[in-house]
Design a protein around this ligand. Structure first.
Ligand SMILES: Cc1cc2nc3c(=O)[nH]c(=O)nc-3n(C[C@H](O)[C@H](O)[C@H](O)COP(=O)(O)OP(=O)(O)OC[C@H]3O[C@@H](n4cnc5c(N)ncnc54)[C@H](O)[C@@H]3O)c2cc1C
Length: 442
C-alpha cells in the first residue's frame, strides 16, 4: 500500500479485514492525507481543512463504524438534519422531521425561507426531472448551463445551487460538471434513505476519527516517500522490497514519478490522463476569539463576493467549532471559515484574511462582534481537489501492470473529489487486486 489518505486507508482496512498482511508506506508522519489533523501551538489540535460529510456517504460510514471502537464512534460526529441558513437571515432551509421521505423532501423546499412560490416550483421540477432521469439528466455540460436549461432563478442559484456546488465540487458553477453535481444531488437530496441528507460535522480531529484506527490494524512506515515502483513477474518491487501486490493510493500527479521511462513510454495514454488534471484550492481559516461567542447555528452560509471583490467578503461558510466539537469546547468563541475554489485569497496575509472574515460575519449578522481575534491560522490547500469540469478523463482502478491497482479520489468513481469517492476507490481497488491475485494462484 502506498499512501495513507482516505483511499489508501479504505484499501488497507478492506485488505486486512479480508485476511491480508498489509504494509502501508506514507510520506507524512500522520495518516489522513488531505483530511488529517494538525497540531497548532496556539489553537491546539485542528485539521488541515474543515470537512463535512453527508449521511449519504454510505461506504465511508460503514468502514468507520467497523474500524472505530464504539466509544469513539458514538462521539465521532455532530449530526445535523439538513439545515442551510445564511448568516444574514435572508435564507433558511431545513428538513422537517417528517416521514415518508418523499414528503420530507418536498416540504424541505416548500417551507424554505427566501424563495418565491415560482422558485420553489421550478426547483421541485428540476428535482423531479433528475429523479425520473435516475440521476443523470441530459448531456454533460456545465452546472450553470444545466440550471439555465431548467429555468432556475437567480435567487435559487445564489442561495442554493451555487453554495452546494462550491461546497461539493470545489469548482465554480460556470465551469463545474453537471453530471458530477447531479450525482451528489441524487445521492443526498433524492435518496430514499431518510438520513442521506444529514450533515455530519466531525466532532473529533480528522485523524482520530478513523485513520489512526485503521493504522493499528496494519504495518505502517510513516516518513517513507516511495521513489520507485517496478512491476515484476512474481509481484511488485517498492523501493527494492518485493510484495505480492500494490495499491497505489497517491495523488494522480505523483504517480508518474514512480515509474521508469520504459513503463511510461509503453502506456502514453494513461500518463497523459494522469497529467491532465487541473486542481482547485480550498482555504480554511481558524479563528479563536478572546471572549465568549456562539453562532445561532453550528454552521452558516455566508454571502461571499466574486471576482475582484472577493477579498472584501471571501467567506462562504462559517462553522461554530464549539458547537461542532462539544468535547473540546472552550469558553471563548472558536470559528472555522471555509472558502472553496479559493484562488482569489491565496495571496492574502493570515491577519488580513482572518480580519476580513470576522468583519464579513459581523456585517452579515448585523451586529458587531464584541470580541477581538486572539489567534488565527489559515491553511491554503492548493491542490485540495481536482477541478470537477465536464469531460474530465479519469482512469479506473486497474493499471496496465499485473498486481498494481490505483486508488484515489481522482479515479473514475462517479463522484467529485470527496471522501466518499476516495473510500469507494479504495474498496474497488482492493476487489480488483484480490481478483488478480486469486486468478494468478489458480
Ligand atoms: C481543505 C480541504 C477540505 C475538504 N473538504 C471536504 C469535505 O468537506 N468533504 C469531503 O467529502 N471531502 C473534502 N475534501 C476532499 C477530501 O479530503 C479528499 O477527496 C480526500 O481526502 C482524498 O483522499 P485520497 O486518499 O484520494 O488522497 P490523499 O488524501 O491526497 O492521499 C494521498 C496520500 O499519499 C501520500 N503520498 C503521496 N506520494 C507518496 C509517495 N511517493 N510515497 C508515500 N506516500 C505518498 C500523501 O502524503 C497522502 O497522504 C477536502 C479536501 C481539502 C484539502
Amino acid at each position: 500500500m502506498i499512501g495513507a489518505g482516505w483511499a489508501g486507508l479504505a484499501a488497507a482496512s478492506e485488505l486486512s479485514n479480508r485476511g491480508c498482511r498489509v504494509t502501508l508506506f506514507e510520506s507524512a508522519h500522520t495518516p489522513g492525507g488531505r483530511a488529517r489533523q494538525v497540531m497548532d501551538p496556539t489553537l491546539g489540535m485542528i485539521d488541515n481543512g474543515q470537512h463535512l460529510l453527508l449521511g449519504a456517504y454510505e461506504e465511508t460510514l460503514r468502514l468507520m463504524a467497523r474500524d472505530v471502537p464504539k466509544s469513539v464512534w458514538d462521539q465521532a460526529f455532530t449530526r445535523l438534519p439538513l439545515r442551510l441558513c445564511s448568516s444574514d437571515g435572508q435564507f433558511r432551509m431545513s428538513a422537517p422531521a417528517f416521514s415518508p421521505v418523499w414528503l420530507k423532501q418536498a416540504l424541505t423546499l416548500w417551507l424554505a425561507k427566501g424563495f418565491t412560490l415560482k422558485d420553489k416550483w421550478l426547483a421541485t421540477q428540476l428535482l423531479r426531472h433528475l429523479k425520473s432521469a435516475n440521476g443523470v439528466d441530459g448531456e454533460e455540460q456545465t452546472v450553470t448551463r444545466w440550471l439555465q436549461e431548467n429555468r432556475q432563478s437567480e435567487r435559487l442559484i445564489t442561495f442554493l445551487w451555487e453554495p452546494l456546488c462550491l461546497a461539493t465540487l470545489n469548482t465554480d458553477i460556470e465551469q463545474a460538471s453537471a453530471w458530477l453535481f447531479q450525482r451528489i444531488i441524487f445521492d443526498a437530496l433524492l435518496s430514499q434513505d431518510d438520513s442521506a441528507t444529514d450533515l455530519l460535522v466531525p466532532a473529533l480531529d480528522l485523524t482520530g476519527l478513523w485513520p489512526e484506527h485503521v493504522c493499528q490494524k496494519v504495518s505502517t512506515q510513516f516518513g517513507h516517500t516511495v521513489r520507485e515502483v517496478t512491476p515484476l513477474d512474481n509481484g511488485v518491487s517498492i523501493d527494492g522490497q518485493v510484495f505480492e501486490g500494490c495499491v497505489l493510493a497517491i495523488p494522480a500527479h505523483g504517480v508518474t514519478r514512480l515509474f521508469d521511462q520504459s513503463n511510461q513510454q509503453s502506456n502514453p495514454q494513461l500518463f497523459d490522463v494522469l497529467g491532465g488534471f487541473e486542481y482547485r484550492p480550498i482555504t480554511t481559516c481558524y479563528v479563536a476569539l478572546d471572549a465568549p461567542f456562539a453562532l445561532e447555528e453550528p454552521l452558516l452560509m455566508m454571502r461571499h463576493h466574486h471576482g475582484l471583490n472577493a477579498c472584501k467578503a471571501p467567506g462562504q461558510w462559517v462553522f461554530d467549532r464549539n458547537r461542532c466539537q462539544p468535547s473540546s469546547a472552550t469558553e471563548n468563541g472558536r470559528l472555522a471559515f471555509v472558502i472553496s475554489d479559493s484562488l482569489a485569497v491565496l495571496a492574502m496575509s493570515q491577519q488580513d484574511l482572518a480580519q476580513s472574515l470576522v468583519s464579513q460575519l459581523a456585517h452579515e449578522l448585523g451586529r458587531n462582534l464584541p470580541q477581538g481575534i486572539a489567534a488565527s491560522r489559515s491553511f491554503h490547500e492548493k491542490r485540495a481537489t481536482f477541478a470537477a469540469i465536464p469531460h474530465q478523463a479519469r482512469p479506473n482502478n486497474v493499471s496496465p501492470w499485473q498486481g498494481i491497482v490505483f486508488a484515489g479520489d481522482w479515479t473514475d468513481t462517479g463522484y467529485p473529489s470527496v471522501l466518499e469517492g476516495a473510500v469507494r476507490s479504495g474498496i474497488k481497488a482492493t476487489d480488483g487486486l484480490l481478483a488478480q491475485l486469486h486468478a494468478k494462484r489458480h
